[in-house]
Write a protein that binds this ligand. Structure first.
Ligand SMILES: [Zn+2]
Ligand SMILES: [Zn+2]
Length: 154
């Protein structure tokens, strides 16, 4: 079951980064996370503790952090939201970079019901405009999804 918490854009970026590291290395080390997020190790460590308190990552000090099932569900849910919103914004006239950046700003704020409607209206797009596959709800899988990231901010 999806945890009901107010996650910030930054939280989502941490979860995406942990997901990416986990796909490549199995576990996320604090230093690795700090480097990828461009923050100090103590900032990365605080973020891991916060996500752990929310039940989204499991910490093991010797071995590293790992997404919980809830954490993984949120990553996949956000990737779905991201791809669907990008496709919607492209149709509304934004270019691909604008669509990505604006999606990042609001993807975690919209009610899921709104996303379902947009997804349906768009015919359940299979890929985002960058060509990354979109995971659709109810299909939790261990498949490796690529994370779409903003190339520019404006
Ligand atoms: Zn994107
Ligand atoms: Zn994309």
């Amino acid at each position: 079951m999806m945890v009901l918490v107010n996650l910030s854009r930054r939280d989502i970026e941490y979860l995406f980064t942990i997901y990416e590291i986990e796909l490549n290395f199995g576990l996320t080390k604090t230093l690795q996370l700090a480097k990828r997020m461009n923050v100090s190790p103590s900032t990365a460590s605080a973020a891991l503790k916060r996500l752990s308190n929310l039940g989204l990552v499991r910490l093991s000090y010797r071995r590293g952090a790992k997404l919980t099932r809830e954490g993984l569900e949120i990553v996949l849910d956000m990737l779905w939201r991201h791809g669907v919103l990008e496709q919607a914004f492209i149709r509304m006239g934004l270019n691909i970079n604008e669509a990505c950046e604006v999606a990042y700003r609001i993807q975690h704020l919209l009610p899921k019901e709104a996303l379902y409607k947009i997804c349906e209206a768009l015919g359940h797009p299979y890929k985002c405009p960058h060509g990354y596959e979109i995971p659709h709800p109810g299909k939790l899988s261990r498949k490796k999804y690529e994370i779409c990231k903003p190339r520019t901010s404006f």
